[in-house]
Design a protein around this ligand. Sequence first.
Ligand code: ARG
Length: 408
Amino acid sequence: MAREKCVLAYSGGLDTSVAIKWLVENRDVDVIALAVDVGQERQDLEFVRQKALDIGAAESIVKDVREEYVEEFLGKALRANALYENKYPLLSAMSRPIIVKHLVQEAHRHQARYIAHGCTGKGNDQVRFEVGIAALDPDIEVIAPVREWDLCTRELEMDYARERGIPVPTTKASPYSIDDNLWGRAIECGVLEDPWVEPPADIYTLTADTRGNSCDEPEYAEITFEQGLPIALDGEVMSFHDIIMRMNELAGKHGFGRIDMIENRLIGVKSREIYEVPGALTLITAHKALEDLCLEREVLHYKLGVEQKWAELVYNGMWFSPLKEALDGFIDTTQQLVTGDVRLRFFKGSCVTVGRRSPYSLYDYNLATYDEADSFDHKAAKGFIDLWGLPTRVWARQRRKVGKEGEV
Ligand code: ARG
């Protein structure tokens, strides 16, 4: 009988490399390694592909999904101004669902019974993989080798690898765990696990240090949006993908986009996270600024709650879920007239909105101005306040009866 197949989410790192061998030895499966390009830096993916084969994968695939990632995933995050706990732009949480989609696609193409991932039992990513897979194909079985094996220290893992001819890192391993893609970079572990310790300067690669190597002159950027998505930079029509990359560069150069936060993981642990998200935060800042101009007050206020829920769902692995889809529907409706330009100024770690304009702006100069062009009916305000304050007035009279007048 032919062996069962297992599609493995492969990164080229030590954990998933060891996982290839572990799956062959312990589960007697043919491993199909899948590396997904979501715009992570520092990786030669052809090298990664070959490495999986050298270790013993039956097949090894690299898929460049960057365009899809931008168009189908990051566009939704931007329109949702998605920030988990009002801070974190969800970069890892965003990349997992697209990886899941391609894992399941490959599993179907190869008629694989299993999908494996290299996540530990302590993080969010295992949840995102497994719930995502279940949503797309509830019959696929998941294997999580890192959660099962006893290679609990890096040394043990390296010994296991060396004994089996798996290449191990020759340089001293970075004490940090890093995950990155087009939407930014997450840095965890090492000294960062002490929330009192200031992050060492050398952990940052996307953002300049404002005390040292960042720019001394302010710089401006003008982003044009159409229906809530960026379509041009400084008047030059450009893909969303290119705009993200250009903003990562520009904002990064000015030291904007660092986050140091304590975050609540789904599995119940608080963790200290460092993020570098220059492009993501810049685009969310600009998008919000345009929404302030274009969204009617009640929609804007209601959307704030929707955004928070959306971010929570995505953080918690519910990308493919009915509520998340329904919220996407709401968000899409709100974006129809979010079209216009936002001008930003970058300087010494800041990104400030300094201008916004839109053909659909709800800002009415004649209503807002205090000069002679004023068309606001000041007299109407009195009647409005009388009625708006009526319940308060009634309540205050009652309170007076029980002798509590004027108490605060
Ligand atoms: N805490 C972040 C999240 O859950 C980042 C996770 C980074 N993942 C990693 N394997 N280093 O989204």
